[in-house]
Design a protein around this ligand. Structure first.
Ligand SMILES: NC(=O)c1ccc[n+]([C@@H]2O[C@H](COP(=O)([O-])OP(=O)(O)OC[C@H]3O[C@@H](n4cnc5c(N)ncnc54)[C@H](OP(=O)(O)O)[C@@H]3O)[C@@H](O)[C@H]2O)c1
Length: 265
């Protein structure tokens, strides 16, 4: 399993000067992992924030992603090169296929991904939004170190997690605090009270406590960024962990482009 800081800053919607300042502030708070994508339209600001923070480039794990419309080899390469240019870095730590496209040519896309790594554009490569079987096939074709997927306390990922672990790959949880919509759940409120923490911190601590799971909460607010960083230090008991796990069976998936069979795909 590669070395990757378990807690990262998600940057979707962190744009403009505020986005740049949020990235710089997060790094000063102690975050060492940034998640961006071509789709987010903020790679310039993420790169600026990284430099403004004063934290050396090599101390920060930087991820970007290629959108599903650019998965044919030439377009893939152009997308990755443009990302490096916008970020103003020599390489990224992790380059991901953002979503499998409806007409995905997996062999060609994985070949393009491997070539990006071999040519030094990315230190590591991986996928995002790959359902279990497609993930297995991707691992047969390339050294995949990560599958970034929706994962939070209201969505079960046991099957995928068993597979990422079996491949020594990370499951990186996006939407980890369910957009902050966690306050109405009594189980969460009770566990939060036990720890003098907020429900959002508890759901994050629950993810970070799992082997092979990283999480990338987005926070525009400085207070939320600090609360999320502090969640790293919350240790849940086995009973609390089990109680939180039972909530996942609600299977409330929120992010879907409509063409993926999440169970059998
Ligand atoms: N690979 C993919 O297809 C994919 C899809 C979705 C997301 N992502 C990545 O995952 C990241 C996170 O996902 P997300 O932004 O959708 O959802 P999220 O991180 O679960 O939720 C972000 C929202 O929760 C709020 N929040 C954050 N920390 C909080 C706290 N401690 N207490 C209360 N509220 C809190 C934020 O408020 P403020 O902003 O006001 O602080 C924001 O409104 C994205 O930014 C992106 O990098 C990837």
């Amino acid at each position: 399993m590669i070395d990757l800081p378990k807690l990262g800053l998600g940057t979707y919607k962190l744009t403009g000067d505020a986005g740049r300042d949020a990235v710089a502030d997060a790094l000063r708070v102690g975050f060492r992992h940034l998640d961006t994508a071509v789709l987010y339209g903020n790679e310039v600001e993420v790169g600026q924030g990284l430099r403004a923070s004063g934290v050396p480039r090599r101390e920060v794990f930087l991820t970007t992603k290629v959108w599903h419309t650019d998965l044919a080899p030439a377009a893939f390469r152009a997308s990755a090169e443009a990302s490096l240019k916008r970020l103003d870095v020599d390489d990224v730590d992790l380059l991901l296929v953002h979503w499998p496209s409806p007409d995905l040519d997996l062999d060609a896309t994985m070949e393009a991904l491997v070539r990006a790594k071999d040519d030094g554009l990315a230190r590591h490569i991986g996928v995002s939004n790959f359902p279990p079987r497609l993930f297995e096939r991707a691992c047969d074709l390339a050294p995949v170190v990560c599958n970034q997927v929706e994962y939070h306390v209201f969505l079960n990922q046991d099957d995928l997690l068993a597979r990422t672990r079996a491949h020594d790959a990370w499951l990186t949880a996006y939407r980890p605090v369910n957009k902050g919509a966690v306050n109405d759940e009594p189980v969460l409120r009770e566990i939060a009270a036990n720890h003098g923490a907020t429900p959002a911190q508890i759901v994050l601590a629950w993810l970070l406590g799992q082997d092979g799971v990283a999480a990338i909460p987005k926070a525009a607010s400085p207070e939320n960024r600090r609360a999320n960083f502090a969640a790293k230090d919350i240790r849940l008991s086995p009973d609390e962990t089990a109680a939180l796990h039972t909530l996942t069976w609600r299977n409330e998936r929120k992010v879907d482009l409509g063409w993926i069979d999440w169970k059998n795909g």
